[in-house]
Design a protein around this ligand. Structure first.
Ligand code: URA
Length: 201
């Protein structure tokens, strides 16, 4: 299924009654759909629900700074969330809501075929690799299917809740450097294998 068809299909999704009744719009995702990196957040907040763009509020500002500190930009990535619609009062997404959005995310991953998935916070991390405990596993590499590597990171909202703890910021910057290194290594690997296929043709 092409990307635009998936996006179109979910623009009117009505699987989660409460989210559907409270949302301004479905926030499908933003960025470069050809990117090697897929960032997965938790759920749209108030700004995202209004503007239709993931991570466009305060957390998004921190995320942009972290990307920038690692030499990455929004053009290098595609961002979406574990659930596409804002939970009222920014409550956590429920298990059922995450399940209702499962097929959509699986399809997105198989269309995009990213080389790296960055899971932001516990909900996204659990959704992809079945693990929680982000404070312990952040910045580590996990194998997912089809050679995709997963790097969990602490949610920028946690940094805001910490009162902008400088040690936490440093840790998050280090994790984003790890992400950039993994992406660069994967791209190099791909270029080398394309080159050797070219030679054998
Ligand atoms: N937090 C998220 O997890 N996702 C967003 O899109 C915005 C804030």
């Amino acid at each position: 299924m092409p990307f635009n068809q998936l996006k179109q299909q979910y623009s009117t999704c009505d699987k989660c009654e409460e989210l559907c009744n409270n949302r301004t719009q479905v926030v499908f995702g933003a960025g470069n759909k050809e990117a090697d990196v897929l960032l997965l957040g938790e759920a749209p907040g108030a700004s995202e629900d209004k503007q239709g763009i993931p991570f466009c509020g305060m957390s998004g500002k921190i995320l942009n700074e972290l990307l920038d500190s690692a030499g990455l930009s929004r053009e290098d990535i595609f961002i979406t969330n574990t659930v596409l619609c804002r939970p009222p009062e920014n409550r956590n997404p429920s298990k059922l809501e995450i399940e209702n959005c499962r097929d959509r995310l699986d399809k997105l991953i198989s269309i995009m075929q990213p080389k790296v998935i960055v899971t932001i916070g516990n909900f996204a991390t659990e959704r992809i690799i079945g693990k929680t405990g982000i404070k312990t596993i952040h910045g580590q590499l996990f194998d997912f299917k089809e050679g995709i590597q997963v790097v969990p990171v602490v949610h920028p909202a946690s940094y805001l809740y910490s009162g902008r703890n400088p040690d936490l910021l440093k840790q998050m910057q280090d994790d984003f450097k790890t992400i950039a290194e993994v992406v660069n290594a994967k791209v190099k690997q791909k270029n080398l294998s394309d080159f050797s296929v070219g030679l054998s043709e």
